[in-house]
Design a protein around this ligand. Structure first.
Ligand code: ADP
Ligand code: MG
Ligand code: ZN
Length: 512
């Protein structure tokens, strides 16, 4: 029997009216629950000291100056009474600054371990929360917890994340966090057995308020390691690796400018290379492979034409030849025409030692070496390519610094102005341009003269390079020795002599 239509509609309506609101309420409750669960907690777990990994002084190498300064801090934390009796004031804020990967975090951990103080480590980026005020609250809690646990070290890593100059942060969150940090640091006296260590990559960017007396007033620069330091770091990171006939000194020589983190990476890559070969020792060849991978980027699979290869070979041979001929330039350790990263080839010069002072002659010679690649291309093929762009950029920068920073031009005695100082007069600007051009010009002529006069050696280097793709020091020496019958011709200072005049005719500006 069919139900009357009106009745059925009625019952549906009353059903909906009773249940829909309930279902709706349920959904809302569920939604609120889910949202709450995803909100950041304002009341996180109690801040506890880190059970620091046992990093010892011996694990940090090549940063002796920083270690010496930090040893004082360690001594104080170990026996604060001894220092306080003498009326010594204790450092309270220490800022480790230097390029990434130089071992700042590592140093802080070593201080914690060696001093046996409680170690509270936080990365400043973790203070920067989505919601205003949370970062500041975290700082407050961090200091409260550390104060209870004295003697203690608070370590704030990556201080740049909150320490940048105030007023640049739209939300104001970083500024609040930074202000709180300043308040906390002012709030405890040096006698508190509490030391705050922070790490930063760039001192310049930090808010000056952080560096005032009573805050991070002890600043320690952690520099990339020098030759000896690099060797020590390599030794630290290959301690647990079965090396066989590996000359770590040579590896150190080839890694000028690299940081501790890079060197650790090289040691690890070398072990991986050995592992892939199923060997149970790590050989020099593994280190060479690792070095090439880390230093010059992965070997590219790009195919280059024979002609390109010949151009590159002559270009690199030009660099190498001038390096060999000029005494002040470092010996060539390796030439390669196997493309890596962006470069189609490279010439690796090895310094005898790390040097901090360079003379004008040395810089001028270096300009010659840099220009020699392009000059060789031009002499051999009568045409120049884009391959020299990096060299030319360096030539520009060095010659610019020589004139603008080191006062090594001829006319300017000791002017020291940044190259793009707006207050510089047009006349000075022009004068500097002329000086710079003069330096570059001289270097170009000298490169040209050297290459023209040692052409057989250039050809031999390029030829052997084409065959072997890579030349190492012994091969370079062998080739040079063959040509020793004819001594190197080093041209006299440019500007005089028929030889130079002849050479000048080949300058590309005139050929084009
Ligand atoms: P930073 O904090 O300065 O960026 P880290 O301390 O985080 O550098 O260094 C990263 C890694 O690189 C370390 O864990 C360590 O393996 C290695 N390392 C860096 N510097 C050194 C050093 N001076 N001695 C030994 N190892 C180092
Ligand atoms: Mg770090
Ligand atoms: Zn080059």
């Amino acid at each position: 029997m069919p139900l009357p239509l009106a009745v059925s509609l009625d019952s549906v309506e009353s059903f909906a009216l009773t249940w829909l609101p309930i279902v709706f309420m349920g959904l809302i409750v569920l939604l609120i629950g889910v949202t709450l669960r995803h909100m950041p907690r304002t009341k996180p777990q109690e801040i506890k000291p880190e059970s620091s990994e046992s990093i010892e002084w011996g694990d940090v190498a090549g940063v002796e100056e920083a270690k010496d300064e930090l040893r004082e801090v360690v001594e104080f934390l170990r026996d604060p009474k001894r220092f306080r009796k003498l009326g010594a004031k204790v450092p309270k804020g220490i800022l480790l600054h230097g390029p990434p990967g130089t071992g700042k975090t590592l140093l802080a951990k070593a201080v914690a371990h060696e001093s046996k103080a409680k170690f509270f480590a936080q990365s400043a980026s973790s203070f920067v929360e989505m919601f205003a005020g949370l970062g500041a609250a975290r700082i407050r809690r961090l200091f409260r917890a550390a104060r209870k646990a004295r003697p203690a070290i608070i370590f704030i890593d990556e201080l740049d994340a909150v320490g940048a100059t105030r007023g640049k942060d739209i939300s104001g969150e970083k500024d609040q966090t930074l202000n709180q940090l300043l308040v906390e640091m002012d709030g405890f006296a040096g006698a508190d057995d509490l030391v705050v260590i922070a790490a930063s990559n760039l001192l310049d960017k930090l808010d000056p308020a952080l560096l005032r007396p009573g805050r991070f007033d002890r600043q320690i620069f952690v520099s990339p390691p020098d030759l000896k330091g690099r060797e020590e770091i390599l030794r630290v990171h290959s301690r647990n690796k079965p090396l066989h006939g590996v000359d770590l000194d040579l590896v150190a020589r080839q890694t000028s400018g690299l940081t501790g983190a890079d060197l650790a990476n090289i040691c690890n890559e070398a072990a991986i290379f050995a592992g892939r070969q199923r060997r149970d020792v790590v050989l020099m060849a593994d280190f060479e492979g690792a070095l090439e991978r880390v230093v010059a980027g992965m070997q590219s699979r790009r195919v280059i034409s024979d002609h390109e290869k010949r151009v590159v070979a002559n270009h690199e041979a030009g660099h190498a030849l001038c390096s060999e001929v000029l005494d002040s330039v470092e010996r060539v350790h390796k030439i390669s025409i196997i493309p890596r990263g962006r470069a189609l080839g490279y010439t690796l010069n090895l310094p005898e030692e790390d040097r901090y002072l360079k003379s004008k002659d040395e810089l001028s010679d270096y300009l010659v070496v840099l220009l020699a690649g392009r000059v060789a291309e031009h002499v051999v093929f009568g045409a120049i390519t884009t391959g020299a762009s990096d060299d030319l950029k360096k030539v520009y920068e060095i010659s610019r610094s020589m004139v603008a920073e080191y006062g090594m031009g001829t006319g300017l005695k000791s002017r020291r102005l940044p190259a793009d100082d707006f207050s510089m007069s047009d006349a000075t600007r022009r004068e500097m341009d002329v000086e710079q051009e003069h330096l570059t010009e001289q270097a170009y002529r000298r490169a040209l003269a050297i290459i023209m006069e040692n052409r057989p050696l250039l050809d031999e280097l390029a030829h052997t390079l084409l065959e072997n793709e890579v030349l190492d020091r012994t091969e370079i020496e062998r080739i040079v020795a063959v040509h020793r019958g004819r001594p190197f011709v080093v041209s006299p200072a440019p500007g005089v002599g028929p030889r130079i005049a002849a050479a000048e005719r080949l300058r590309p500006e005139e050929a084009e």
